[in-house]
Every structure is written in C-alpha cells, then in structure tokens.
Write a protein that binds this ligand. Structure first.
Ligand code: NAD
Length: 385
C-alpha cells in the first residue's frame, strides 16, 4: 500500500489529537494509503523527544521551515498557535505538500484569502480541522435537515461556553495561555470557539447574510507568564451575536470563557416547520429530534406521538458508526479526529469520503463571518457578510 509521510507542526493538545488519529485511522477505515508519522516539530527539545516516543514519530525537528522542506514528507499538519498558520500553510503549499490546518484558519480574513490562494495555486489537497462536523450526532443533525425533516428553518441557536479564564490570576502568554494574547491568537472566543459554531451553522443551515455582535473583555489586564509584567488584554472574552441566514431564518450565537460551570458546552438547535434538532456536546452520543410533520406528505404526526426523541447515535446506519463497535456502544472525542482524518485521506486519494472535508477555501468563509462579527462589535452595527 502507498505510504503518506506526515510532518506534525505543534506537539500540544491538537498535536496529540491528530497524531492519535493518524495512528488509529487505518484500524477503522479501509484507506488507499497508509499514514506514516515521519517527523514531529516543536520548540522544546525535551518535550519533543517525549512526544516522539509517545506517538511513534521516526524523527524530530525544531525548525519548522526545515521540516516542511523535507523531500520525504507528503503531508504537513499545522497544529500550532494561530499566528503561525499563515506562514506555515503558505510554505507547505509552496513545497507542494498536502495540508491539514487547525482552526481558526488564520488571524483574520486577509490572511485566510492569501492562504487559500497559495493552496489553490499549488493545487494541493487541504482540510481545516472543523472536527465537530465529524461527530456522528452532528453529522446526523445535518442529514435530517438535508432530508427535509426540519423543513423551512425559522431559528438556529448555537452556544459554546467554557469557564477557565474567570480567575484574574490566570496569566496571559506562555505555554497554553497564548489564547489570551491577541498577537498570537488573533481573537478570543470568536476565532477559538465560535469558528466551530459558525462552521456547523453554515454547513447545516446555509450561509449567514448579516450579523450584529457585542463582545466583552471582563478582565482587562493580566500578568504575562513569560515577562511577569502586567499586560492589557485585547481579545474578546465573550461574544454574542445575532445572525440572519440567506434562507430567512434567524440565528443567535453565544460564547464565553466566563460561563461558570461550563467546560466545553457546545450546543446547537434548529427549529423548522416540520421539526427540530438539538445537539449538546455534553451528551455527544445523542441527537434530539422533534418530528412534527412528514416531509413528503406534509401530514402531521399523531398528536399523542409528538415529543422530543432522544436518538442514541450508535447504529451502523448512523454516520461513521459502521466503522466502530456494535450498536449501543459509544465513541468519543478522539474519534471526530479519526473520522476527519479518514475523510481527508479518502478525498485526497480520489476516493469517496463519508462527507466532503472543509477545505482551506471553505474556512476562508468562516473567517469572513468571524471578522464580520468582530467588526460589528467594534462598530456597534449590523455587518453584511
Ligand atoms: N479543532 C479543535 O477542536 C481544536 C481544539 C483545540 C485547539 N485547536 C487549535 O489547534 C491549534 C493548536 O492549539 P493547541 O490547543 O494544540 O495548543 P497547545 O498550546 O496545546 O500547543 C501548541 C503547540 O505549538 C507550539 N508552539 C510553537 N510556537 C509557539 C508559540 N509562540 N506559543 C505557544 N506555542 C507555540 C507549542 O510548543 C505546542 O507544541 C490552534 O490553532 C487552536 O485554535 C483546535
């Protein structure tokens, strides 16, 4: 079988999730090629060697430019902080490599456009890691909407909340709190969390036409973990926005890292003429579905049978589930990455994925909506996308 040599840029949370996916994907999917963990790239030599041993990389490299230019590498996986995405993706495209890039694609829309142009000029396969699309319940959510079971959409509602930055003592910068530094992250919850919600919303309910947003910075100054100095915080700690979709439905989006009690509370709901769907990542193996009318006949479900159905999404007929265990047994967070890796490898090798992957060009669109949300908050007005 043809091998595909992988170079991983970044050895943190996503470096681990993606490496695990490359190691696991061939156990669950019939692939036209076998990913080989060739080289991992990070800044700290000691951490890098531990990462290499844990995940089984053949070699390490501390200079990402050298890693990208290696002749024996086919695929560059960008799992680094956001400010590095543009330079790394463009370098990978110029070197003719396939690219997987973490979200948010870029620091802003202008960067995203440049990246997409470089990838298209090079003609290389790409995917942005909007991994929640690959949760079987969210995939089923989309399937039910596409089958007309929700019908004309009226409302779309998304929430993505966490609570890990409430304490004023949480510093900015350094190993994992780069997310609070605008120079490294680009934006706060808008790029970090709402990019996922926007991606799912547009995937499921079509393009957003205009947005009206408000953002908040609750703690305006934090100690910098590297310099020890007090540093002003400029990223959005919380963001809420209204959206109007092209299909005429109304959307509300809310995201915060100050939602006490919430760790990774990612929910979405659609309410339409024929029915409704609701997903909550705290119960990832379930999709809730309210059936009001049959999409083909328009006939209403008998009154005594209407009500929310809580579907355990583990049947072999459910998206991705025929790859795993028997009905009734659940899969977890790491499987969204395995599923997206499988789809990427299948699509890149000319075979049919379970669902087409979001390319760098698709993610430019998400970045455009994120930028519009931030602009709307700054200017306190509606922004057309
Ligand atoms: N798809 C998802 O659900 C998801 C989840 C988490 C993170 N992400 C994205 O993945 C990317 C990486 O995030 P992560 O959670 O793995 O981060 P992390 O902090 O856990 O790891 C970042 C890695 O980049 C390296 N790095 C290189 N230059 C750095 C710098 N100047 N500052 C800090 N680290 C530097 C670090 O050494 C580390 O190996 C980000 O773009 C993030 O938005 C996506």
């Amino acid at each position: 079988m043809k091998t595909l040599n992988v170079c991983m840029l970044g050895t943190g949370f996503m470096g681990r999730a993606h490496s695990n996916a490359f190691n696991q994907v061939g156990h669950f999917f019939d692939l036209p090629c076998k990913p080989v963990l060739k080289v991992c790239c990070g800044r700290d030599k000691e951490k890098l060697e531990k990462f290499q041993k844990t995940w089984g990389y053949e070699e390490t490299e501390t200079d990402w430019r050298k890693a990208i230019e290696r002749d024996d590498v086919d695929l560059i996986d960008v799992a680094s902080p956001n400010f590095l995405h543009k330079e790394q993706v463009i370098a990978a495209a110029k070197a003719g490599k396939m690219i997987i890039c973490e979200k948010p694609l870029a620091m802003n829309y202008a960067e995203a456009v440049e990246m997409a142009e470089a990838v298209e000029k090079a003609g290389v396969a790409s995917m942005v890691s909007f991994c929640y699309r690959r949760n079987p319940s969210i995939s089923l959510f989309k399937q039910l909407v596409d089958e007309g079971r929700v019908g004309r959409a009226f409302h779309y509602r998304a929430v993505y909340n966490q609570d890990y930055t409430i304490s004023q003592k949480v510093p900015v910068g350094g190993a994992s709190l780069w997310r609070l530094d605008a120079n490294v992250a680009g934006s706060g919850v808008t790029g970090d969390l709402l990019a996922h919600s926007i991606d799912c919303a547009e995937w499921i309910n079509g393009p957003i036409k205009k947005v009206c947003a408000h953002t908040e910075i609750f703690v305006k100054e934090r100690v910098n973990a590297v310099t020890g100095e007090k540093t002003p915080i400029t990223i959005d700690d919380a963001c809420m926005f209204l959206a109007i979709f092209e299909n005429g439905s109304m959307g509300t989006f809310e995201s915060s890292r100050y939602a006490r009690g919430r760790k990774n509370f990612n929910t979405m709901e659609i309410n339409g003429e024929n029915g409704a769907c609701y997903f909550n990542l705290e119960e990832p193996e379930y999709l809730q579905f309210f059936r009001y009318a049959d999409p083909e006949t328009g006939r209403k479900v008998e009154d005594h049978l209407t009500g929310w159905q809580k579907i355990l999404v583990t049947n072999s007929e459910h998206p991705y589930m025929n790859r795993y265990w028997v009905p009734g047994t659940v899969i977890g967070y790491e499987h969204y990455f395995i599923n997206q890796t499988a789809d990427f490898l299948l699509q890149a090798c000319g075979e049919t994925p379970v669902a087409p992957v979001p390319t760098i060009r698709d993610a430019v669109r998400t970045q455009k909506v994120c930028d519009a949300v931030l602009q709307s908050a700054r200017e306190e007005r509606w922004i057309e996308i």
